[in-house]
Design a binder for this molecule. Structure first.
Ligand code: FAD
Length: 442
């Protein structure tokens, strides 16, 4: 069990007895947020340990694909890993929004961003759809030759002891069989010391809980059913978001006439959709996609995920920072959760690299607050927008229906309204991190 012991002992006597640190920072969680942070610190001069409870291949095998914003693409490009990811994912050049089968749809194209003065480059389109496995494997390979990053996986954090000048992480490392990659049953307990712990251990973060950081938010009345499908007709690199009274449904284009579907519905309906006979399920899906993609086939199981909105009361405390889902979670409408996490990565990497260059202590709360004040408010905007979209587009009350159809009409005909919505969707609003300004994709 992870527990926190924050000592109040005199810092001067600690400096005198401070043992040599093993790492400058320890990242807990080797999902996309944690691994992207390790990648962004490559060649920074900082020594990093990345602790992940599952083996590298297991953590990369998650069957999910993500809408990636233009901003996420730019950040991953700045990190140096984008050229390994881009050829294996889809770049979409059109977004289509519709209110169920209501005939008026809103189409977004790259030129619609023009009025904001933030034109995407020719190859960028409006965003990307990337599979978890493609992205995480590319990041793991990017770190393979990096002597400053040590993978401690599979390894479980047992305890974190926060001291005023350093932090001690006690962990149990599990051995795996070299040939089969299965756990051998052997394990060793290690203690590592560093200046800073970054919790990237997901929505149920034990590091956050043990540190006593509370959260606010709510669980939605809906769950998501996610799956990969094969389509008869080409998806033409269009990302669809179709709003239905039961909840929004996103259809994201993947390479090779495949799509990722994220179908939101009240819990019972979502469960029933998962259990429905495949033929009946596909008939429902063909109706919901209005035949635009032709005959459909299932390429994966149907996975059900609960949906919640969550914001941590703080993203930082002395020697601790939260990033990604450990800090916040949102409704999957619009596909923003991971994109927020990637922005967190760029922001904290910028803050700690600058602090390190200036000789500051990267785990000091004064340094970490720069990250928190940058990211917490920006994430709140996205939490608000996704919540608003879900509530506004899930209802059947006549005034609500009238307002949302008016809103869709406004988005279609008022260029400023359209480009502002697009700036939020593409991640081009808010403060741009330095990593996003090093475009190599032209
Ligand atoms: C159906 C669905 C569709 C989605 N679609 C999109 C989308 O289109 N676009 C988008 O941007 N977002 C999307 N999201 C959100 C996205 O999946 C998450 O925001 C993202 O995966 C969070 O990444 P993370 O690295 O912060 O956390 P996680 O992916 O949860 O990774 C946490 C890691 O920490 C490890 N860990 C946990 N505890 C410990 C411990 N004690 N010690 C060591 N390791 C530990 C775990 O094994 C895991 O590997 C979607 C979510 C769902 C459910």
């Amino acid at each position: 069990m992870v527990s926190e012991k924050l000592s109040q002992t005199d810092s001067i006597s600690q400096i005198a007895t401070l043992p040599k640190l093993d790492y400058d920072l320890v990242i807990v969680g080797g999902g996309i947020a944690g691994t992207a942070l390790a990648c962004s610190l490559k060649n920074s001069g900082l020594k990093v340990a990345l602790i992940e409870s599952q083996s590298k291949s297991v953590v990369a095998a998650r069957k999910l694909a993500y809408n990636l914003s233009l901003m996420s693409g730019r950040i991953l490009d700045g990190i140096g890993v984008w050229q390994q990811i881009l050829p294996k994912i889809t770049t979409y050049r059109q977004i289509s929004l519709s209110d169920g089968n209501y005939p008026r749809t809103v189409q977004f194209y790259p030129e619609d961003l023009a009025t904001t003065g933030k034109k995407p480059t020719l190859t960028e389109g409006l965003g990307y759809v990337g599979e978890h496995q493609v992205m995480l494997t590319a990041m793991q390979e990017f770190l393979a030759d990096c002597s400053e990053v040590t993978w401690l996986s599979p390894a479980e954090v047992l305890q974190v002891n926060y001291q005023s000048d350093f932090v001690e992480v006690e962990l149990r490392r599990k051995d795996t069989d070299k040939d089969t990659n299965n756990l051998s049953g052997e394990s060793e307990t290690l203690t590592v010391r560093s200046r800073l712990v970054v919790a990237a251990d997901g929505a149920k973060s034990r590091i956050r809980e043990a540190a006593g950081i509370g959260t606010h938010g709510w669980k939605y009345w809906q769950s998501c059913v996610a799956m990969t499908i094969k389509t008869e007709k080409s998806h033409n690199n269009i990302a669809f978001e179709r709003f239905w009274p039961s909840g929004p449904m996103g259809v994201l284009p993947l390479p090779g006439n495949r799509c990722q579907v994220v179908w939101t519905a009240p819990h019972r309906e979502a469960q029933a959709l998962q259990e429905l006979d495949a033929k009946e399920f596909l008939a429902k899906l063909e109706y919901r996609t209005a035949g635009l993609l032709g005959k459909l086939d299932l390429l994966s199981d149907r996975y059900v995920f609960p949906v919640q909105l969550m914001q941590s009361d703080h993203y930082t405390q002395h020697r601790l920072a939260l990033i990604g889902d450990a800090a916040h979670c949102c409704h999957p409408v619009g596909g923003q959760g991971l994109n927020m996490g990637i922005r967190d990565v760029a922001a904290i990497a910028e803050v700690i690299k600058t602090a390190h260059q200036q000789g500051e202590d990267i785990g000091d709360i004064g340094v970490l607050r720069r990250y928190e004040s940058w990211r917490r408010k920006e994430n709140l905007v996205i939490l608000g927008v996704t919540d608003f979209l879900d509530r506004m587009f899930s209802g059947t009350l006549l005034p609500v229906v009238a307002i949302r159809r008016l809103g869709l009409w406004g988005m279609g005909v008022v260029p400023l309204f359209k480009s502002l919505s697009l700036r939020v969707m593409t991640g081009l609003f808010g403060r741009h991190p330095r990593l996003a300004q090093m475009l190599s994709v032209k």
